[in-house]
Design a protein around this ligand. Sequence first.
Ligand code: DQA
Length: 144
Amino acid sequence: MSKPIFIINGPNLNLLGTREPEVYGTQTLDDVKGICDKKAQALGYKITFLQSNIEGELIDFIQQAGRDGAGIVINPAAYTHTSVAMHDALKAVDVPSIEIHLSQPAKRESFRRRSYVAEAVHGTISGFGADSYVLGLQALSNLI
Ligand code: DQA
């Protein structure tokens, strides 16, 4: 049995569905999990789907994925733009990782243009709503 793909979600993504639906859509995080489950199954993987609002917990998830996972799809949410610790954690683990975003941060406020995570992952997919997760899983499975 192959190791699961870790899908890690950062702060405020637990509020998907009601949070700024004009930016993030109306699907809930549970809906996104269901979509990921289906795609992963088609690719022959199981997923471990996690969310936290706490930076340190997200670091623990990345480290856990390094031990127990085949790779990482991560939506770091606002920590994308602030977290050197997440950058370091992603560099410290020996599994491939893909950064994804529902929205297209480059088209939004200027503070979203900087990603500390982008320099530590294989690549980034953004702007496709829940499809960013699906495309991230596809890209990751091609890398594994
Ligand atoms: C986000 C984009 C981030 O800039 C923002 O802070 C989020 C969500 C996205 O999925 O579009 O919380 O990562």
